[in-house]
Structure formats: C-alpha cells, structure tokens
Design a protein around this ligand. Structure first.
Ligand code: AMP
Length: 604
C-alpha cells in the first residue's frame, strides 16, 4: 500500500491505452500504482514504459491490493468481469471501483456496490494513443462522470486530479453520450478517409494535404456555429450537382469495387443534410423534395445489380441517363413502361433486342396521364422485381426517374396535345390522358435519343397517337408495334390485372372473348355489322354485377375513327380494329383485335 498519507493505492485491471495513461497521470500526482494486470505483450510493454516498476499481477491480486481500482477493460467484458470479481470476494467495503466504459453508468458495477465498494464511472472524451503524448492532452479534457449522488464529488475530484474537467451525466444518459461521441469522432474518421480515397481515385497524390484546410475549417465551423456554417450543393438546393456526384461516384465504384461504401455513405449523409437544411429553413420544401428524389435509395438496387449480379444499370436522373446514352454510338431501342412489368412488357423488350444492339427501358408512372380519381397513387410499383426481370432479358439500361427529375418545376407548362384523336374512345373516358401520355413520350424520346421506340398493340389508341405525333412533329424515331401478349385463357396482360379478385378475373374474360368473336365473324366473311354484333353478343353475356362496358367499336387503326354501320360505298374495310373497354369491378380494362376481311370481300 501507499506510504504517503492521503494518497491512494491504485490498481489497474486491463492496462490498455486508457488504463495505463490514467494510472500514469494519477501516479504523477503522487498516488501509488500498486499493480496492473494485462496479459498481452503489448500491455506489458506499455506498463514498462508508462508505469515503470509497477508489478504485473493477476486481476484478483490487483483488486485486492488497491484502494482505487481502475477497470479499464473493453466495454463488452466489463459486466462479466465485475460479476466474477464479486463472486471471488475481491472487492472491499469503501474501496473506490472506477470504470472508464463510455456506454455504462454505475449500474454495471452493482456487484461491487453490493460488497460495499463505491462505484464510479468516468470516461474521457478522447481517444488515447497509449503513450506519454496522452498525458499532455489530459489538461482540461472533458470527462463524463456518473456516480451515486452522495459519492459524486469523489468522482469529480478524481477527474480534477487527473487534470480533466468533469461533466456530470445521469446513468440513463450514458448510452446516448457514448453514441454521440462514437458517431462524431469515429464516423468522422470513416468519412474523412472516404473523401481521401475518392480523391486518390481521382488522381490526387496527397489527399490529406488537399483536405486539411477545408476539413479543419468545416469542423471548426460546425463546432462553433453548428449548422449555420453549412455550405455546398445541398445547402443551395442544387440537386443537379448532387446527381452528378452520384453518377461520378457510381463510376469510380465500377472501376474500383473497393469504393462501394462511398456512394451509400454519401447518400445517407446527404439525405440527413437535406433534412437539417430544411429544418433550418435554408432550403425550400420543393428543393428538399428534389434533392431527396435524386437521393432516393432506389438507386441502391441499381448499383447492387450492376456490381453484384451484372444486371442492367439503373439510373434515376436525367444527367445520368444522358451520360450513359452519350457513351453509345450504336442504335438504341427504347421500351417505355410504367413498371409492374409482365410478359407483355418483356415481349416488347425481346423484340427491341432483335432490332437494336442497345435497349433502354424506362419505368415511370407518369402523373400527367392520370385523371383525378384515377389510380395514380395505387398503381403497382415493383422496381426491384422489374429490374431483376429486365436483367434476365439483357437490357442495357433502366431509366427510373423520380417525378421531380421528369417535372422539376411541377407540371410542365408547354405540353403535347393529342387533338381529336385523343378525345375519342379512351380519351372520352379519360380526358387529358393522351395529352399527358404524349408529353412524357416526347420527353423520353428526347432524353433517350432512341432510334427505335417500342409500343404494344394492346394500347392501340396510344400507338396510333404516338405514330401521329412522331409524324406531325418530325421526331427522328422509328415506332415499332408488338402484338398483344395474352394470358393462356386470353386475357390481355396488364399491370392493372393485379387489381382483379378471382371473380373479376373470370368476368374480365368477356373483353378478349368479345374481340375474338368479332375477328372471327370477319374471317367468316361477315359484315361490319356482323362483327360488332358477334362481339356485342359476348358482352351481353357478361356478369352484369361486375362488368360495365364503356365502348365497343370498330375503328380505323390509324385514325381511331369509327367505321360506322357501313364502309362508304357499302363495302367492309379490308382491315380495322375492334376496340373494347370496360370497368371490371373498380378496374378499367381495355382490349382490341385486328379484324381483317378476306381479300375476296374487298373485291366483291
Ligand atoms: P404500360 O406500362 O402499361 O404503360 O405499358 C408499356 C408498354 O407495354 C406499352 O407500349 C404497352 O402497350 C405495352 N404493353 C402493355 N401490356 C401489353 C401486352 N399485354 N401486350 C403487348 N404490349 C403490352
């Protein structure tokens, strides 16, 4: 024990970096270090350097010999250690038992307290090197201090004795305190090293030198002024720049997969920064929404697919799309979809692949083409599954933009107008639908600069309107139509089929059966009237509780004008389109069939 009065005999259990330094500081103020435990070579060396002549003892001996026990073991072994020592009867009444684990208060020392010891928790807000350098850092160093109220002054005095500044924390605040320190200090190291690795990837030879003034100023500013000092693209609401960053970061990950942690960290921190900038009223809500859209984690599957499974690359921003598109010189086909992909969509993709060496699929639920009360919000969105399916089809690029990328200023002011052809049939039931559809198709044609654009015959009026727009507006693209893909029982595939319950699914078959019956009537030599009557007969057999027809018409497939009762001159056309629409339950479904008359009919 200690020969000098008023001084304590100090024992250290686990003379790691913190323990050895604290003990050394206590020794410097006149206390005696009576023993230290520590099995590793490194610990023994540290004891020799920082605590010369202190005997290395086993744990129990250290505890039994000391008036002040410093438990400086890793946080996760502390509880078991204390319980074990208590079972051995190592603690004594009045003994000061001090631990330095950040996340615990004194409850973890309950077994020692039960033996009459005085439990204290101190935690220096500092990382230690385990060398004498740390001793000079101790001056004024904040220490979190937790203790039972009557003995709190002892813990505070101990910290003052070490040269530190006690900051009292209640038991329950310790985990949060520790989380804050780890988040701030440890993650700052991760963040800084990421910035250095990216700079190195960019060819900067001394990233540390380059970053030092900027990061030092940022840290200094943040510590003094909080978020007021925030600068950069997020604080300016500059989503375009953020998008460029993401593209660039995705690019370096492609070149060096070891950097894969960087983009996700960037996204996470940028999202948090957006929230803080919004809370501090530094950016507006629309600006925040635009930023968050760019940062939407749906980009992650994109990176994953690209890096891990070799699936298609998924891009979310116009800038990323442009960049990819510009890297291709060969012809490009585009398949525009609203997602929730099924075999019908995939057939378009397959045909596209036979027509062009590069295939882009766009997935965008275009709000402009949904009317009030339609299913915009409920429309099925299954991006992960879609991307996976497109990967199997060998698609090169998926463009899945958020709304804010397509319409950064809200609804566009200058739009396409479908004209009369957009006001009949579907257009009569869905005012504005085709204007919205054409507006987004035009945008996507411009963005993808596709040579070929694929459209399904299923949406025949859409197909006719797109052809008309391309012709009227001289858009340099070839439109290719793909026949309707059907379920084995004939139902035309549609993303909206997912809405149907079993009874509706069965009832919905009248649509395909009606147009098939009409087509058969023409093949059998029937007139226009016969065709319509054959189709109507099937519709009349519908389940009237579930199916509400909207229209059944025979139209010109290019103009969507009805053939009327008789073709002028009393002849049947050689070819027309039989179109039908109905609400099945709450779900609006459409179908059609090409109706062609045998040649002799024309000659008749
Ligand atoms: P959507 O996702 O419904 O906008 O459809 C995207 C494209 O796929 C459009 O050109 C549709 O005409 C086409 N499409 C949808 N369903 C089918 C189908 N059953 N058969 C052929 N093409 C389809």
């Amino acid at each position: 024990m200690n020969s000098r009065p008023g001084r304590l005999g100090v024992g250290i259990v686990g003379a790691g970096r913190v323990g050895a330094v604290l003990a050394s500081a206590l020794r410097a103020t006149g206390h005696a270090v009576v023993g230290a435990s520590g099995a590793s070579e490194e610990t023994r060396e540290r004891i020799e350097v920082l605590l010369p002549n202190v005997p290395v003892l086993d744990v129990r001996d250290v505890v039994e010999r000391s008036e002040l026990v410093l438990l400086t073991v890793p946080d996760d072994v502390l509880g078991d250690l204390v319980a074990g020592l208590a079972r051995l009867g190592a603690f004594q009444p009045g003994q000061l038992v001090v631990h330095t684990a950040g996340r615990y208060g004194v409850d973890v020392l309950a077994p020692a307290r039960a033996r009459g010891a005085i439990p204290l928790a101190i935690h220096p807000a500092m990382t230690f090197t385990g060398t004498s350098v740390d001793l000079s850092r101790m001056d004024g160093l904040p220490f979190a201090v937790t203790a039972d109220p009557p003995v709190l002054p002892i813990a505070q005095a101990l910290v003052v004795e070490l040269g530190g500044e006690p900051i009292v924390l209640p038991e329950e605040a310790r985990p949060l305190y520790h989380a804050a320190l780890a988040h701030g200090a440890n993650h700052l190291v991760t963040l800084t090293s990421q910035a250095m690795r990216v700079l190195t990837a960019a060819g900067v030879s001394d990233a540390g030198t380059l970053l030092t003034p900027l990061l030092s100023a940022a840290l200094d500013g943040a510590l003094r002024g909080g978020e007021v000092t925030l600068t950069g693209p997020v604080a300016r609401g500059d989503s375009g720049t953020v998008a460029e960053h993401l593209t660039a970061l995705a690019g370096i990950v492609a070149a060096d997969p070891a950097l894969v942690d960087v983009p996700e960290t960037y996204v996470a921190l940028a999202r948090a920064t957006v929230q803080r900038a919004l809370a501090g009223r530094r950016i507006s809500e629309p600006a925040a929404t635009r930023l968050l859209d760019v940062l939407d984690p749906v980009t992650d599957p994109a990176t994953d697919h690209e890096v891990e499974s070799g699936g298609p690359e998924v891009v979310r921003t116009v800038a990323q799309l442009r960049q990819r598109r510009e890297s291709w010189n060969e012809p490009v086909a585009v398949v525009m979809t609203m997602g929730a992909l099924h075999e019908g969509h995939l057939e378009l993709v397959r045909v596209a692949r036979t027509l062009a060496p590069r295939v882009i699929v766009t997935i965008f639920v275009n709000p402009l083409q949904f009317g009030a009360g339609e299913d915009l919000a409920a429309y099925p969105r299954t991006l992960d599954a879609d991307v996976e399916a497109l990967g199997r089809e060998g698609v090169d690029l998926v463009f899945a933009p958020p709304e804010s990328e397509m319409y950064p200023d809200g609804a566009p002011q200058v739009t396409m107008t479908a004209g009369h052809m957009g006001e009949v049939l579907e257009g009569a039931d869905r005012p504005g639908h085709f204007d919205g559809m054409l507006t987004v198709v035009a945008k996507l044609l411009h963005l993808t600069r596709a040579d070929i654009a694929m459209f399904g015959q299923k949406d025949a009026q859409q197909l006719a309107l797109v052809r008309r727009m391309v012709s009227d507006q001289n858009i340099p693209v070839r439109i290719e139509a793909v026949p309707i893909v059907r379920e084995p029982d004939g139902l035309a595939m549609s993303s909206r089929n997912a809405y149907l319950d079993e009874a509706e699914r069965t009832a919905a078959l009248v649509l395909s059966q009606a147009v098939a019956a009409g087509a058969q009537a023409a093949a059998d030599g029937g007139t226009v009237d016969d065709v319509l009557a054959a189709a109507q007969r099937i519709l009349d057999e519908r389940d009237r509780d579930l199916v509400r027809p909207s229209y059944l018409e025979l139209v010109d497939e290019h103009t969507m004008t009805a053939w009327g009762e008789r073709h002028p001159g009393g002849r049947s056309p050689s070819r027309a389109l039989l179109v039908v629409a109905a609400r099945v339950g709450a779900t609006r479904l459409i179908d059609n069939a090409v109706v062609s008359w045998p040649l002799q009919e024309e000659a008749r």
